[in-house]
Design a protein. Structure first.
Length: 244
């Protein structure tokens, strides 16, 4: 029930009402949706607890999916696929944005889940990335895909080859400040001076920033390392980066 509790307590009442109305999941008791938030949340949690296993399982599954897209990485993925970023900007919080996408743009929501999954696997070194010649046209017809699959079988001497075409989403143009200050690293009683790459970008331009996000600057791809931090006024994201 932990994910359901988080889902209900962190999502605005109006959005919860829209979810239960659209899902067709019947509540076992009448609920006054016009009441204050505490007066809605408590009986709603009780109502979900009293559902039969099938209905409660549906709510649990949906709450897990929405909740998994409410952290920084999930929000970055949602913003990367939504058609109109202003719609998400106008919603109350990350849970509200994730649920709105889940209800209103299900295909894009699933796409964002795939973005999130592949980013996590990439950072976990479960797959490798390669840079090809810029502006190549990637052919998607069956003959080209079969030829690519055959080349992979030969290259890796394996028949266990599967090819998926993954669309990342439309890149977003933002203004960034790229800095390259020296970084001092301590080791024992000594210190070493190394190069570093810092990127500053306005929060309003991105909404969220997470490790693994990339910026293309003058033809060079920079990948965010570690957790980005906001400045004291929470206006600017500050992140360490490295050339990808």
């Amino acid at each position: 029930m932990a994910s359901i509790t988080s889902f209900i307590r962190n999502t605005p009442v109006a959005s919860l009402r829209a979810y239960f109305n659209s899902s067709g999941i019947e509540l076992p008791m009448a609920l006054d949706w016009e009441g204050s938030e505490p007066d809605v949340v408590r009986p709603l949690l009780q109502a979900v607890d009293e559902m039969d296993d099938a209905a409660r399982g549906r709510v649990l599954n949906d709450a897990d999916r929405v909740g998994s897209m409410s952290d920084d990485a999930g929000q970055v993925a949602l913003y990367s696929v939504v058609a109109d970023r202003a719609v998400l900007d106008g919603l109350a919080n990350p849970h509200d944005r994730a649920l709105w996408m889940f209800l209103n743009q299900r295909t894009q929501f699933q796409h964002a889940e795939e973005v999130r999954f592949t980013d996590e696997r990439r950072r976990g070194r479960s797959w490798d990335g390669f840079i090809c010649v810029a502006d190549c046209i990637v052919r998607r017809d069956p003959i080209s895909i079969d030829a690519f699959r055959a080349a992979l079988r030969e290259r890796f001497a394996s028949n266990n080859i599967h090819v998926d075409i993954f669309e990342r989403g439309v890149p977003v143009a933002v203004r960034v400040m790229l800095r390259r200050p020296d970084a001092v690293t301590g080791f024992g009683e000594g210190r070493f001076v190394t190069d570093s790459v810092k990127i500053d970008v306005e929060c309003v331009a991105l909404g969220a920033l997470a490790p693994g996000d990339t910026f293309e600057i003058d033809g060079v791809i920079y990948e965010v390392r570690g957790e980005p931090l906001r400045d004291a006024l929470r206006h600017v994201w500050k992140a360490e980066a490295r050339e990808a």
